[in-house]
Design a protein around this ligand. Sequence first.
Ligand SMILES: [Zn+2]
Length: 287
Amino acid sequence: MPEGDTVWRTAQRLHAALSGQPATLVDIRWGELGEDPLRDAGIDEVVPRGKHLLHRFDSGWTLHTHLRMEGSWRVEAAGSEAAARGLRRPDLRAAIGNAAWTTLGLRLGELNLVRRSDEHLLVGHLGPDVLGTDWDPGLVARHIVGSSTRTSIAAALLDQRVLAGVGTFWASEVLFAQRLHPWREAAGLSPEQVDTLVARVHELMVRGREHAIQSSTGIVRADARSWVHGRSGRPCRRCGQTVRVAPLGRRGADRVFFYCPGCQGGLAPTDDGRPQAPLGARRRARP
Ligand SMILES: [Zn+2]
């Protein structure tokens, strides 16, 4: 799932392609939603807000999109074969373009049109954006410490009201970096632990946004991009114990979290410790 660093890079590319130009192509394919508020308008800017994207048009309207699980925005040269192919795709949800560029919103998870003055209705609930100008580590620390009892630190990091932009990749990686047990109660951390955790997630994601491929190790090779995320069943790069995966909420919850029991203080409450095969191992084992 795209996280704040990916969305930040996407916004940069869209902004470079679209800002300051009239949008000569506006094609919204989202239910009954019409393009009228955007027609013949120019684009002032494209900005990220956590995992949300805002195209701000000079007509006073904002196109709000969210990539959710597998959405993306592509930028193609206007009139190119790649742009034409993209415009024919059945999973195209929005196309915005000008004389030079065609941008294609594919498999988007969410799309809304609102007046700019009403953007808060869509993004006003978000906490400080890890990569935004509103980043406020003190406020995020207070949000974490103030989490309701039994909220795990992993769940607090993923709660976009606490801070915006973190997904399971960066949450797993930063808790590993800080040797914190993901299921530990957020409100029970010491002020020093919270402050260093908040500073570290910011540092990791600021560094991460410089790279097109998400990596916490600085290596972009597919099998070396993370310390624990996606590495269950494989040895921890730090202590050698087997990295594990467990549901984040109740047993059977759809969100899972990766961690090292050796480095992070033991098994998850829902983890029975049974051996876990490496992700994809079965597929690779087939002839
Ligand atoms: Zn370890």
